[in-house]
Design a protein around this ligand. Structure first.
Ligand code: SF4
Length: 359
């Protein structure tokens, strides 16, 4: 089983953010952690855990004492011997004491929200850190034997590809094994949307995507999912479970669980959550929905889906269930032994392929 825990608090709000987050205010935190503990204690059924992922929000915005409390709460989980334990952090609030606390509590992977090293881009995104600060945090992590580090980058904030090139060069210079690269999406109810910020030209965005892919793969990173690259052995175990449409618990405000074919959504309302009303929706997913999700999530992976696994799970052939012969004949979908995947030329436009798997 896999576990996601949501810590919704952030020190400041990024202009592109549509995640479930709240400005840090310590008057909420104790009550939130009390309820998180209650929710975990009443829903967790003592399964063996392969991965814990503490995301947000910004988990590292919690104080040292609040993080200590959080780690005490999650001691209840029975961990598999080679578990992955990730925590999302921002450079600005990750000091050496918190890093040592992570290490002492079994964290073995840190994901840093960096987004860019360029001042102009960071100002647009309403974030602030310098290359030196990122470099120092990464050194502190490595010195404490946390070497499995991811950074998130955003490209396409403006149409200057030289900024993207420099960001990738900076990333390569800090020598870490994982990077997630997302193009900027201007979501509703974000500061960017309110300020009528415009997307850049799609062709330039595609040029950036190809540049990133070529540069990273020629420097030893494996492109294993549309937006994710890792050195051999460093793919995210936690996220692969999502793309495999596997089961997981989501605890905390706004989180989602997928258990026994039920998609369970927690409330996004902190007042309700802090009163113990955790779940806002529970939906059963039938076999058609499961088959669609297996394909739509699985084809995000560069190696795609296993044809025999799909057959063993549903006793049906993928080509019998979905009308995709034209995609196969036109070599948009490739069949290679047991794998079906989207040809790399089309992966950037994968939504147009994935839509064909909606039933
Ligand atoms: S730190 Fe993350 S969750 Fe918080 S506002 Fe920024 S993008 Fe959103």
């Amino acid at each position: 089983m896999y576990i996601y825990i949501h810590i919704p608090f952030c020190d400041c709000i990024c202009s592109y953010c549509d995640f479930c987050k709240i400005l840090y205010n310590n008057k909420y935190i104790n009550n939130y952690l009390d309820n998180l503990e209650k929710e975990i204690n009443c829903r967790y059924k003592n399964e063996l855990i392969k991965s814990i992922y503490i995301g947000g929000g910004t988990p590292s915005s919690l104080s040292y004492q609040e993080l200590e409390r959080l780690f005490n709460i999650i001691k209840i989980f029975k961990l598999d011997s080679n578990y992955e334990f990730t925590i999302e952090c921002n450079v600005n609030n990750l000091d050496i004491n918190k890093i040592k606390l992570f290490k002492d509590n079994g964290v073995n992977r840190v994901s840093l929200g960096v987004q860019s090293f360029n001042k102009e881009i960071l100002t647009i995104l309403n974030r602030s850190h310098t290359y030196k600060e990122v470099y120092n945090v990464i050194n502190n992590l490595k010195n404490n034997n946390i070497n499995n580090i991811n950074i998130d980058l955003i490209y396409g904030v403006n149409d200057n590809i030289d900024i993207v090139k420099k960001d990738i060069d900076y990333f390569l210079s800090i020598d870490i094994p994982h990077i997630s690269c997302y193009s900027l999406i201007i979501e509703d109810n974000t500061l960017l949307k309110i300020n009528n910020y415009q997307n850049i030209d799609e062709d330039i965005e595609y040029e950036m995507y190809k540049y990133i892919e070529n540069k990273l793969t020629s420097n030893g990173y494996i492109h294993y999912e549309i937006s994710n690259y890792a050195k051999e052995g460093y793919s995210s175990i936690h996220n692969i479970n999502y793309w495999d449409n596997g089961s997981y618990y989501g605890f905390g405000l706004g989180s989602v669980s997928y258990i026994d074919n039920y998609r369970i959504s927690n409330t996004k309302n902190i007042s309700k959550y802090n009163k113990g009303i955790y779940i806002s929706n529970r939906e059963y997913e039938d076999m058609n929905t499961n088959m669609s999700n297996d394909m739509i999530l699985g084809l995000r992976k560069i190696k795609g889906v296993s044809i025999s696994k799909f057959y063993n799970k549903y006793k049906k052939d993928i080509r019998e269930v979905f009308d995709i012969d034209d995609l196969i004949n036109n070599k948009i979908l490739i069949i290679d032994n047991d794998n079906m995947y989207i040809d790399s030329k089309y992966i950037y436009l994968s939504n147009q392929v994935l839509i064909r798997f909606i039933k």
